[in-house]
Design a protein around this ligand. Sequence first.
Ligand code: SF4
Ligand code: SF3
Length: 532
Amino acid sequence: MDTKMFCYQCEQTAGGKGCMGMAGVCGKKADTAKLQDRLTGELIGLAKAAYENTNVNEATDALVIEGLFTTITNVNFNDETIMALIERVRNEKNRLVPNCALCVSHCGRTDGYDMEKLWTDNEDIRSLKSLILFGIRGMAAYAYHAAVLGYHDNEVNKFFYKALGAIGSDGWTAETLLPIVLEVGEVNLKCMALLDKANTVSFGDPVPTEVSLTVEKGPFIVITGHDLYDLKKLLEQTEGKGINIYTHGEMLPAHGYPELKKYKHLKGNFGTAWQNQQKEFDAIPAPVLFTTNCLMPPKASYMDRVFTTEVVSFPGLVHIGEDKDFTPVIEKALELGGYEEDKHFTGVNGGEKVVTGFAHGTVLGVADKVVEAVKSGEITHFFLVGGCDGARPGRNYYTEFVKNTPKDSVVLTLACGKYRFNDLDLGTVAGLPRIMDMGQCNDAYSAIRVAVALSEAFKCGVNDLPLSIVLSWYEQKAVCVLLTLLHLGIRNILLGPTLPAFVSPNVLKILVDTFSIAPTGTPEEDLKKLLD
Ligand code: SF4
Ligand code: SF3
């Protein structure tokens, strides 16, 4: 095995510096990491080949998006599928610029990029290019989900080439790279808006929905990840078959969408956030379908019950292809039979239910009430506590933070970090629930819509609202969401549980000086600071 790997794209990176051994902390092997680097290098070559090339078409865009999405943490551990993807990128380069690779007067027009050059570059350049790369990886996931539902945005698609081109260009300075870092945030806002439109037109505007944590007796399937289209297909194929469907992880907000919740056999939510899956899936008498990250290497005890689809892949797991024929998953559910009696589970704090569905449509629907409550002093503060969950013990910060928020404040949340507190009963304020789950990580778009609407109602800037943003990050979607908030000029964001290894001291200084971004401290100190 080749042991030379370098990866520092996620929060759990080894020693807070980078995974450099035989395998990453996530279980990604060195060979796979190197193939992902090669794929990224080939995508940079494809971006060069696409420059002012009239042969670029929707298939080229789709390939770039798929290639970037594949390299997100906990998506794809399968060398075979990554090698096949590399081959497809090479073929596409050859279609765009035929025979370039064979030409005797070599111009380098379609050459792949050696990612080693990036990983060994000056630390500030490496840091800025990493922010661009990891940001577009996250954005590609959102563009992919929108595309699955038939929604595309040419401006978003074009930006992937520009950003890849910047990563592969030598001699660029921090001054030229920094604007592109912020442009990732700007374009990601468009991309999240696109996905919001795709989801709400396809499945309706989410409505507040109470979700049971009890698994009823009989056969069932657990579906996890972010892809609502896969859930819809699974619901259609299992209807009337005596099989219940339970969401897991980032699929929880699906319960709020009218076109998904109408299926009576979409029963509830099983389990908590991704990092608990090896424990939670170990003993369940049911199959699990992964539609996106976060997949952990499955243990032998439940490997025969895990299925993947779309870009998720792990050697040895059954993969459901483009035909979306979920028969193997359905047969597994029937074979395993589920629990003999209803099984009662709780959230991490002992709660027996959770509530979701507070997207912008719902919250803005009661905007008058919210504005009145702020004016009368009934609501004194909003906290957006959102982002990824992860394995670090320090992530209890978010539970303690939410528990300690004042009784006259509202906590908006999104993404899988909410499992730390979404089963807490914090009661209501001004007739509204004190915790409102706005959805998945991409539904940061909803939070932005609400913040902008509030700032318009109060005729002030978003930074002047009684609103504090406390983010938890783990993988690359959190990077593009953070860059969107920065692009909007939002200041004083608290980021934890640790700062990204790929942010160099100089780049951090820029972020601190420009946006007053700060690492999370203790819940008590941070709350005091934010409420002063
Ligand atoms: Fe390490 Fe994270 Fe990269 Fe996995 S994705 S190899 S844990 S930095
Ligand atoms: Fe979670 Fe992986 Fe990021 Fe979509 S499922 S937020 S960590």
